[in-house]
Design a protein around this ligand. Structure first.
Ligand code: HEC
Ligand code: HEC
Ligand code: HEC
Ligand code: HEC
Length: 469
């Protein structure tokens, strides 16, 4: 239900079967989007993190896993966030040093209609600070006893896992008592439920751009449906059809002799025979496996799932929009203060676009007509000109780490200027022949900004023709 639209953070309202008992969970890595929190970003990122929690409270999240990235502002900060969260933050393996006691709740039991769902959290790799006095234990140390405990008290066991995908696969293979693993680890992307043993593995993409909705009919068998028998039936049908086609070839005499002078037909016959053999092997393998490991007794449980992209066109949830509006205003205020406090007097190698015009008037005139020239105005129109996450791609010559500088740029460096493509030009302007700039920027230059998620469909060969002068 969280959603980050293409150009900003928004929460979309999703109606789902009203009245049906439901469980709203997040597997972690929701507060911060960068791998580290640099001093210039700290204030802004914390404002954002707090707004996310306020929105999750409103949406009614019931449990959230502590992701490695949720820890980058330190454990004391997350503990403060935890106090303001109406849902528990879960982690069974993030423990205090030296007591090795969990810092957050390891698990929780949530009633969903008549059903009791046990929810466990596991934190993935994280960069802990010495002052955190904490440790992330390997899951092998904590999970076996915890599963036994949680499984006893619940009908359905869900693991919110921030671990790498390979570990989740191993957990699914080794512990039949976990029925669903929701993943948020590195590179977690939208993944339709993948059955492994009696566990379904799912994940949705990062930054709330996708919402995963699963409808589960959980049965006493505590097992997902076994699809092997159905697969076997379908394969046998396909096999029967192949046999029938082969029988046509074999009607009168041996096809090897009959088709001697028709190489194409003979080849088609050989191919069909090979496919029949492969299918037979597959059927033998499946039958044997079913014989050794028959389907479990009882009515199998079932599920249906869909992913929803948080499209801009979806209606916004009004109360949450209020939170995002307040956040935007707070970031503007914070950014203005930070811009004022920038006392750096270092001379930048970037000069700004206007001064290039002294010698390249025609290029300046043509550039002024482009969207690059008005890229900063675009941010101003959305009141995002103090958002440090936006600035690096909408101004000239700053990186994310130079947030402070980005906030207080002179007017001529606002917008995607000449030097974005041709390189810093202060020296060139003084002695053009001694300091030659790049004439045609390569694809990497463009892609530093024109890449997913801001411009998925960028085609260098096409677009480079539109930016020359
Ligand atoms: C004082 C005049 C002057 C200023 C100011 C100036 N240039 Fe130039 N620029 C030139 C001259 C002269 C050349 C041609 C150099 C040559 O032929 O070797 C040139 C060449 C170029 C080229 C072409 C390089 C090539 O390999 O063909 C680019 C691109 C360029 N300038 C960009 C800029 C940018 C961007 C700025 C502003 C940061 C700028 N120039 C400021 C005088 C200037
Ligand atoms: C990594 C680079 C990058 C960052 C960071 C970035 N943008 Fe952009 N932005 C782009 C590019 C590239 C385009 C042009 C995309 C296109 O033409 O499809 C663009 C276009 C836009 C547009 C106008 C086009 C449209 O689709 O409406 C808006 C508005 C915008 N960005 C706002 C933002 C805001 C707000 C932020 C910060 C939350 C942001 N951008 C951060 C690269 C970036
Ligand atoms: C988005 C990238 C981009 C921006 C921004 C940009 N240029 Fe260019 N520029 C190009 C490309 C591409 C060419 C090569 C055009 C060609 O020859 O096909 C070029 C060529 C040039 C040349 C060489 C002469 C020519 O016309 O081919 C000069 C000089 C130049 N640009 C100056 C500028 C100045 C001055 C600005 C800012 C006012 C600017 N450019 C902004 C991409 C850019
Ligand atoms: C520093 C970031 C940055 C770089 C580098 C950059 N762009 Fe852009 N570009 C933007 C932004 C931001 C916009 C949208 C501005 C707006 O609408 O306000 C944009 C818009 C455009 C547009 C107009 C919209 C569209 O998609 O048709 C074209 C074309 C374009 N860029 C091509 C290029 C090419 C080609 C390069 C490389 C030579 C390049 N850009 C390099 C940030 C960048």
């Amino acid at each position: 239900m969280g959603g980050l639209s293409k150009k900003g953070w928004q929460i979309k309202q999703i109606s789902s079967d009203a009245g049906q008992p439901r469980l709203t969970l997040d597997a972690g890595n929701l507060l911060f989007k960068h791998a580290a929190i640099t001093p210039n970003l700290e204030a802004q990122e914390k404002l954002t993190a707090e707004a996310i929690v306020a929105a999750y409270n409103l949406i009614g999240y019931q449990a959230v896993c502590v992701g490695g990235k949720d820890l980058i502002a330190g454990i004391p900060y997350l503990q403060r966030i935890n106090k303001n969260s109406k849902f528990p933050w879960l982690s069974a393996n993030l423990v205090k040093q030296p007591s090795r006691k969990p810092i957050f709740k390891a698990s929780t039991i949530i009633k969903v209609g008549a059903l009791k769902a046990g929810v466990i959290g596991l934190t993935g790799p994280a960069m802990l600070q010495a002052e955190d006095a904490a440790l992330i234990l390997p899951w092998e140390e904590v999970l076996p006893t915890l599963i036994a405990k949680v499984a006893k008290k619940s009908d359905l066991v869900i693991l919110l896992s921030n671990l790498p995908a390979a570990d989740n696969q191993r957990i699914a293979q080794e512990y039949g008592d976990i029925h669903l693993i929701i993943q948020s680890g590195a590179n977690a992307n939208t993944l339709s439920p993948e059955p492994v043993n009696n566990t379904l593995l799912v994940s949705t993409g990062p930054q709330g751009k996708q919402l995963g909705i699963m409808t589960i009919h959980w049965q006493r068998s505590k097992r997902w449906g076994d699809t092997r028998a159905e697969t076997l039936r379908k394969k046998s049908e396909a096999m029967a059809s192949m046999r029938w086609q082969l029988s046509k070839y074999q009607q009168d005499q041996d096809p090897e002799t009959a088709l001697r002078n028709q190489p194409d037909q003979l080849q088609a016959y050989h191919l069909l025979k090979a496919r029949e053999q492969a299918m037979q092997n597959e059927i033998d393998r499946l039958s044997q496996e079913l014989g050794q490991n028959p389907p479990a007794q009882g009515t199998p449980s079932s599920f249906a799932n869909r992913f929803m992209a948080m499209e801009i066109g979806l209606p916004d949830q009004k109360e949450v929009v209020r939170i995002t509006d307040q956040l935007a205003a707070a970031i503007v205020k914070q950014g203005q203060q930070q811009a004022k406090s920038n006392t750096s007097t270092a001379i930048s190698p970037y000069l700004g676009s206007n001064q290039c015009g002294a010698c390249h008037a025609a290029q300046l005139a043509s550039w002024q007509q482009t969207k690059h020239a008005s890229a900063y105005t675009t941010l101003v129109n959305g009141q995002k000109q103090f958002n440090q996450n936006c600035l690096p791609c909408h101004v000239t010559g700053v990186t994310l780490a130079q947030g402070q500088e980005a906030l207080s740029l002179p007017a001529e460096r606002r917008g995607v200027g000449c030097e974005t493509c041709h390189g810093p030009g202060r020296e060139h302007s003084k002695s053009p022949k001694a300091f030659v700039l790049t004439r045609i920027p390569g694809p990497a230059v463009c892609q530093s900004c024109h890449s997913a998620p801001h411009d998925e469909a960028f085609d260098y060969q096409v677009k480079i023709k539109q930016v020359g002068h």
